[in-house]
Design a protein around this ligand. Sequence first.
Ligand code: 5GP
Ligand code: ZN
Length: 116
Amino acid sequence: MSAADPDCLFCKIVAGEIPGDTVRETDRVLAFRDVNPQAPTHVLVVPKAHHENAAASAAADPDGFAELFTVAAAVARDEGLPGHRAVFNTGAAVGQTVFHTHLHVIGGRDLAWPPG
Ligand code: 5GP
Ligand code: ZN
């Protein structure tokens, strides 16, 4: 696993240094509720290994990256969602604000397409 970044918010949540509202955890992955939810269900599914975005995680930690999706599916099932949206923001240009890979799992209301 890559070293935690001492300045990274999600590394601190993974380490338990900052509280997170955890909904599911595996050896490689942590899922916790977004502090500013955009829908009735808004969970962030993060690899415990620090990489700055989805592409970097996929390249460096493919098993951990794949597990994001199985955990996302389990979260959606546990929340009783009839459908959900799973999205990575990659780059500040499209709204990424935390540079530790995280899969947004959003559901529980109607969602427009295309996204804004
Ligand atoms: P991004 O904009 O990088 O795709 O998503 C970052 C997400 O992290 C945002 O949805 C934001 O609400 C969430 N977030 C920021 N700070 C915290 C925090 O301290 N705890 C939790 N649980 N979520 C956070
Ligand atoms: Zn990190």
